[in-house]
Design a binder for this molecule. Structure first.
Ligand SMILES: O=C(O)c1cc(=O)[nH]c(=O)n1[C@@H]1O[C@H](COP(=O)(O)O)[C@@H](O)[C@H]1O
Length: 276
């Protein structure tokens, strides 16, 4: 999906919500466990319930790989279901890949040609030749980890050079030489609050994928206040806070309620900013 289509979808739906399909088979309602593919049944119901309120879905590969070949089949079925029924949804494979060029090339083929998702999360640690093989696919995106939501983000990402420039700022400024904001976004955790000001100083035009609202406690208001740009420029993800809102038979309805709550807040934020 191209950048202008993504922006149009955000405006049309009054939402920049991404629903994380982090479907842990140990957490899904027990009545689904009798079906042939419980995770797929769960995902379908969650997608049908939440699609009116979001513009993107982000399956995290760990939750599928954890059950081996069956998990991969479930992932492929889920992606097919999304594409056939909700072709306007932006699909992010949260795989956090990145390896020597020769290997990244095959990861790119796997995600962009075989699975045909819109975007993949990539770790920047191995540098340019580990990232560029994912670029140049028409309408496909690299989402580079920049400033993550977890406690460990403090371990390396804030290390400063002699001029006081922090590692996450180097990641952003250097990677902008490899790709334009038409094909590269950055992950910035919702838990980073006012740091979004610093991010926008170095990446004014880029879209940011923002995980960490909901279960991790990040603030949507702060993210929007410090991180929004004239195109919105944000995709805010919530996984557990939406998909596991209820562990009973009403799980899909509960997920829809949580997604709708976020969408309403987002609608208000977008209209206050004059974007819609
Ligand atoms: O790349 C990510 O999506 C990601 C980066 C980050 O800094 N923090 C983070 O939580 N994530 C992912 O975002 C999702 C957050 O899930 P919840 O905390 O359940 O909303 C998980 O799939 C995480 O792996």
């Amino acid at each position: 999906m191209k950048r202008n289509e993504l922006i149009e979808n955000i405006k049309r739906k009054g939402s920049f919500l991404c629903v994380g399909l982090d479907t842990d088979i140990k957490k899904i309602p027990s009545h689904l466990l009798d079906s042939d593919d419980p995770v797929y049944e769960f995902n379908k119901a969650i997608i049908d319930a939440t699609a009116p309120y979001c513009v993107a879905y982000k399956p995290n590969l760990a939750f599928y790989e954890a059950t081996g070949a069956q998990g991969w089949i479930t992932l492929e079925k889920t992606l097919r279901y999304l594409k056939e029924n909700y072709p306007d949804q932006f699909i992010i494979a949260d795989a956090k890949r990145g390896d020597i060029g020769n290997t990244s090339k095959l990861y790119a083929r796997s995600f962009f040609e075989h699975l045909d998702v819109d975007a993949i999360t990539v770790a920047p640690y191995m540098g340019e030749d580990s990232v560029t093989p994912f670029l140049g696919y028409e309408g496909k995106w690299v989402i580079l980890l920049a400033l993550t939501s977890n406690k460990g983000s403090r371990d390396f990402q804030f290390i400063e050079d002699k001029e006081g420039t922090r590692l996450f700022e180097h990641v952003i400024t250097t990677s902008q030489k490899w790709a334009s904001p038409e094909e590269m976004m950055y992950v910035v955790g919702a838990t980073q609050g006012e740091m979004f000001k610093d991010i926008r100083r170095v990446a004014p035009d880029s879209f940011l994928l923002v995980p960490g609202v909901g279960a991790q406690g990040g603030s949507l208001e702060d993210v929007a206040r410090y991180g929004m740009n004239a195109d919105c420029g944000l995709l805010v993800n919530s996984s557990r806070g939406i998909i596991f809102a209820s562990s009973g038979t009403d799980y899909a309805e509960a997920a829809a309620n949580e997604a709708e709550k976020l969408q309403k807040q987002m609608h208000a934020i977008l209209s206050e900013a004059g974007i819609i």
